[in-house]
Every structure is written in structure tokens, then in C-alpha cells.
Design a protein around this ligand. Sequence first.
Ligand SMILES: [Fe+2]
Length: 424
Amino acid sequence: MRVLIGVIFLSLISFNLHSKEYFPKEIKHFRLVWHEDPATEATLAWNTKREIYKENYCYMSKTPKKGNLKAYELVQRAPYNRYLSTTNKADIGLRYFYHACVFKNLSPSTKYYFVVRSGSHVSKELHFITAPKDPKRSFKLIFGGDSRDNLPNIRRPRRPGINKLLAKMVEKDPSILALVHGGDYVFFGMIFRDFRQWFRDHLLTITKDGRFLPVVPTRGNHEKNVELFNDLFIMHRKSLKNSYYITKINNLYIFNLNTSIAMGGLQKIWLETHLRKYAKKGNWVFPNYHEPAWPAVKKPSDALKHFVPLFDKYQVDLVFESDGHSLKKTVPIYKNKKDLKKGIIYLGEGGLGVGQRKPKNKNSWFLKKPGFAMAADHFFLASMKKDSAEIKVISPQCKYELITRWNCLKTKVIDKFKLKHRAR
Ligand SMILES: [Fe+2]
């Protein structure tokens, strides 16, 4: 028994070392963010403490260079070197600087090897794969939200266990490109303190061969400090700063919307303008936002009033929601009724580690069969092809073990279904 415990303990330590060994302690909270055009653009960002290093650089190459800085094909001096926007008392002592490079004109469907440097501190080489720009190429994305810790689970958050599972999934299936996060990363999102652990935990998604999982960010209600959110995910440019924007990959248009600001007014006008432009025959349109229009737990957000009529009008393909901390799939809904022909399925509602709630609205008409609602950790795997898409509803089966803590490597496929293009 003692030997067994020893083996488990050592394997746990080696796993954590493998994820942490890529960054020296001076290079903190590394993230790789995708925004509008991940086939050709990628943002690399990290934090440093105590001093602004004069030299902050990113290095990228299509072939591995093993950290030989002179050998990298693309070199960028980080254009972002600023204080993180947090003056909250709770963040006293955490005066970080953030640094970021934005690479443009990258080649689609290409493995890029990279390192980042602040002063003499250099990361180990990691890599990621850019999104395709070729309709014939299929790809997969993970959609999920609410990776935050919460009471009473605050001492036992399941996020690290689920992140290790994501690493295993990407190792097995390299066509999984990124995590589209539906918001609520941490409990105290208005300050930076909690985010430190989120970024550390995200390193657990690194595969054994050093592949880093990009994040497509969406803003949740816990990300109360918009300046901080924009600093963390480098959302400063005009098209990103209000946290509603489109991520385009081949013929897929993910409409990342913001339920933490007015959903009517300017956002609604923007939504209609862009749905009119992109919700065309042969395109996939997936809105993704935090607070549900068709909730399993809470009351509907303003998304029901402002977004849903436009989803109906422009016949979006599938909607991702978060926030409720319950797994749900609605019946296909059109004009507030079940409609098997023109109806839209809403999936949700946040299960990347947060404690799950009982779905209070389970008996509502929109969650009856073929819909469902239950308390279960979850995320969605979207397999995208030019003319068909398959969605898997996956529930990590997490078990708390004294030494290894959360083990979520077993999964259950709760549901899977196919989508065909709508007659728009
Ligand atoms: Fe939320």
C-alpha cells in the first residue's frame, strides 16, 4: 500500500513539474489568446513583478528551435508593457506588469513554436497550431464556462482535474484547437488575486509534447473589472474592448457576446448588422455568451429580450450559454415555442470546475425531452466540417482522492447530435 501511495505521489509531482517547468518564476501567468482571426493571428501575454524589464520579446518559428533565440523566424518586441489595471486593496502587493505580443499574418493550420523573454528570463519552447483557412479542413473546439472556484468547494476546486483531462484530450486528438470560454474564470474576478491560480491551472492543459491550448475569451458577471479583463486577455483594440466580437474559423462565426453590459442598444445593433452579414447559407453561426436566455437555474437574462429574436430571425445554428452551473440542452426553440424545423438548441450552463447546482427549471417546457438538465461537470466538443457539425456533450467524472486530489480523467458522453446547414 505504501509503495502504491508513493508511486501515485511521485506521478503527481512529476505531472505538476511537467506543466510548470516551461516558465521561469519571473515569467508569470502566461496565456495565448485567440480573438477574431485565429488562422492568421495569435496573442501571447504574460506578467512580471517588481520591475519593468527593458526587454520583453516573443519569438516564433514553424520548426522547433529549442530556445535558440537567434534561430527563430519571427521576433517581436512586446508592444504592450504596462501595469495591470488593478488598484483594489485586495490586490495590494500584487503590482504586476503585463507584456503582450500580437502576431499577425501567420500561416493557417500551422504548428508554431514559441518562447517569450523578459530581460534574461526565457521560457522553454512550447507550440500551438493556428486555425485553418481552408473550408475542406475539419477542426474541433471545446466550448465551456464557469471554471471558477466557489463556496463551499473553494478548498477543492475541480478546475485542475478538468484541465488535466483537457490536456489528455488534446494529446489524443490534435484536431482540438482551442478552448472557447463562456466567462466566470474565477470567483473574485474584479481583482487580480484569484486570476493567478487560473493561469497557473491553465498550464495543466499543456500536453506532454508542449502544446499550449489557446483561449477565446468571453466576459462573465464575475469579471467585473473591465479594464483588468481587457489587460488579461489583451482586448484593448476598438473591435474587442466592449467584449463582443466575432471569432471566425473557416465558415464558422462564433459571436462572443457580452451579457455584463447593456444587451439592447449598441450591442444589439452590432449583433443584427453582423448576423445580416454572416448568417448566410453555408455558414455556421454559434453565439456564445454568459448569462442564459433559457436558464436551467436562474431567471432569463436580457438575452431573451434582445438576442433571441435576432437568433430566430437570422436562424443561428446553435447557442452556448454559461452562468447557471448546471448542464442543460434545450429543445429546439423558435419564437418561444418548441419547433423541430426552425428551432435553435441552447447548450449550457457552465461546468469547467464550479460546484454544480440542481436545475430548478428542469420541468419547464424548454428543458423537456429531447432537452435535459442535470447537475454535472461538463463541456462541449464541437467537431466542425464544411457541411456538417457534430456536438458532443461531455461530462468529466471527477473523484477527489487524498493524494492526487481531483482526478477527472474518466468521461461520460451525455449526448451527441449532428447539425446540418439551415435553409437560410
Ligand atoms: Fe456567472
